[in-house]
Design a protein around this ligand. Sequence first.
Ligand SMILES: Cc1cc2nc3c(=O)[nH]c(=O)nc-3n(C[C@H](O)[C@H](O)[C@H](O)COP(=O)(O)OP(=O)(O)OC[C@H]3O[C@@H](n4cnc5c(N)ncnc54)[C@H](O)[C@@H]3O)c2cc1C
Ligand SMILES: Cc1cc2nc3c(=O)[nH]c(=O)nc-3n(C[C@H](O)[C@H](O)[C@H](O)COP(=O)(O)O)c2cc1C
Length: 767
Amino acid sequence: MKIACVGAGPAGLYFAISMKLRDPFHDVTVFERNAPGVTFGWGVVFSDQTVENLQANDAPSAKIVADEFAHWDDIDVHFGGETITSSGHGFIGIGRKRLLEILQDRARELGVRIEFNAECDPADPAWRDYDLVIASDGINSRFRDAYANAFGVDVDVRANKFVWLGTSKVFDAFTFAFEETEHGWIWAHAYRFAPDCSTFIVECSEETWRGFGFDRMEQAEAIAACEKLFAKYLDGHSLQSNAAHLRGSAAWLNFRRIKCERWSTGNVILLGDAAHTAHFSVGSGTKLALEDAIKLADVLTRPGLSLEAAMDEYVAERNLEVLKLQNSARNSTEWFETLERYTHFEPLQFAYSLLTRSQRISHENFRLRDREWLEGVERWFWKRATRGRSEKAAPPMFAPFKLREMQVENRITVSPMAMYSAADGTPNDFHFVHYGERALGGAGLVFTEMTCVSPEGRISPGCTGMWNDEHVAAWKRIVDFVHANSKAKICLQLGHSGAKGSTRVGWEEDNAPLADGNWPVMAASDVAWSPVNQTPTPMTRANMDAVREQFVSAVRMGIEAGFDMIELHAAHGYLLSGFLTPLQNKRTDEYGGSLQNRLRYPLEVFAAMRAAWPSDRPMSVRISASDWAGDQGITADDAVAIGEAFAGEGADLIDVSAGQTWAGAQPVYGRMFQTPFSDKVRNEARLATMAVGNIYEPDHANSILAAGRADLVALARPHLIDPFWTLRAAAQLGYRDIHVPPQYLNGMSQLARNLKRDAEAAAALRV
Ligand SMILES: Cc1cc2nc3c(=O)[nH]c(=O)nc-3n(C[C@H](O)[C@H](O)[C@H](O)COP(=O)(O)OP(=O)(O)OC[C@H]3O[C@@H](n4cnc5c(N)ncnc54)[C@H](O)[C@@H]3O)c2cc1C
Ligand SMILES: Cc1cc2nc3c(=O)[nH]c(=O)nc-3n(C[C@H](O)[C@H](O)[C@H](O)COP(=O)(O)O)c2cc1C
């Protein structure tokens, strides 16, 4: 095949090498616009896995690269006057220039032609003479842009400014240095990539950048300003740019996240940064480029595979890798963009939050990397949680938490879950066993399902209620059992179904109207949940008064039943959520329109409930922190304002859920997918929060808590199938101080023993 590679970056060169290795008769030319030796950037970091992939593909070049790697294990985080050092991270790095030299030499050795000073124009008809034109022309790819529609290009320009500099100061650890200045925070990511040279990337918000006047400075002046700002880390060494040809502020960039729906059109194939980018803070762009090159060469040279089939396989496999990485990279990018959310943290927690930002390192990964450091974090966490009474190195999920005068034994909660198993609202033996069993299972706090304040406020005929004495007695039986037989606290979730009322039980058809016996529903406005649901009657002021009093009456009954805590359900599209979301609330009075107006009625209800509930017992509110509808619905910023508003009326905890507020929502699911909302509400509004949503491993809970993304962690579905989730987690993590019902002690010690033996066997296999 006659092949042109546009761009002599890692992607173009390594693809040329990989094709020649597979078939030396390929005619491969690499065109590079720059002169030899002219390149941007300094060092790049790799993982061990990437090195193994290079080794398998081309041992000679992999050996030269590996022999020249700089290795380091430590990460230093300089923040708030302290240096937090953790170890065991295992990085390897090499200078970009050196990597390209090695690849150029190897490419020539294999017969690849490299033409420098060759600016390639996608419009040039000469490209038609090639079987394949590999667009490995980097993040600003002209070839990608020339066929933007065919490739389905999506570019996301990120908020922060950064500049990629180098220095002769040798950093022994991967270094993050955060400096607070009169213009805001500015920080450096620095690491050694050669015996005498380090990369030094400076990053800050656009506001800080303008505050310093970087937008008006020539490069030399900006570099001098950075040297001054980071003088204490540079020990007299200077900073240098290798983008000296760029004038003014042009060396400062905004990271551009590139995604393409398709990676080939005609004879043009995208490779490396031209097809996709991942933020530099996860350091994987070069790895992706090299691995793309290997895969593309593989599929193109596989006998019997048509070009079309080869492309399908290339894109299918590589796209998955890219998506995974871009997901982590997005978390990491956002962490740096919202840095000020975390700058009130103590240095140790700040460092933990930074290092777990992409969700690629979890609590237990950390234990494997640096046990001592992690135990320091755990001791710090427990000391704060117990106000200095305990400094044990134990998983954060088992630390107590206090809300008003209620102390929960640990941070795991059984999330509210409708059981659709009551008749006329009365909890029965099913509920008695269900809640009793979950309380015995070790969670610190058990929420009831949404318990409705009136018969017409039920979702389905099977919902539990709190509107008559029979209900009080049945709930009291459950609450008394929980208090007498476990250490768990129990919270009554109160709600009204609004537009989502009068529907079938959950396991039949979710949100579908009843086959018969439907009751009329009311809501903020006459917006039906879906075309098959009833159109609700907009609430009058008299309706609003009546429903508020139903909530207050249910609170009083909650006191009689002995509940420890009350939660107001203002999420998931039910009555109060329907007031909050502009997708359901179309009112033109003082209860519709602005967020302040939409909050008015839910706050009125909450305040009335708070007034009726004892002041030493806590209250929470569950919110949907996003409608998953872009700017058309509730956004994460609104969620912060909503959390603050409820806290202003005496809410002690914001239970941060998301979605289920309109039928067309398309959430992006994933592990812990709603936790970023809890993080935002907690750390921007400085409120206690509970995170929920696809949290299912003890490691998830511990990572969330230690990083300060929530104060409590709620699990719903895992508790449906395993009431003993918390005790099981304690056994798995070797935590002994948890209360185990005495009747179950033998089972717990057997489980702990078996899990310990399994863990030791697995560790022996790894060695
Ligand atoms: C600040 C920063 C830090 C980074 N740190 C890391 C890291 O630690 N680890 C890591 O793996 N990655 C890192 N990256 C990303 C990494 O640099 C890229 O992902 C990688 O270089 C992609 O390789 P590529 O070959 O696709 O593109 P590039 O390396 O950009 O190569 C493209 C080449 O094409 C040439 N070219 C462009 N247009 C034309 C044209 N029209 N005609 C001819 N030639 C052309 C360019 O001159 C260039 O040489 C970092 C990036 C940045 C911005
Ligand atoms: C069967 C079931 C019933 C639910 N009922 C309620 C409810 O009554 N009130 C509520 O706020 N959330 C309810 N939810 C939502 C959960 O509390 C939780 O937010 C959601 O399931 C995500 O958590 P998970 O990924 O741990 O399941 C319910 C979830 C399930 C699975």
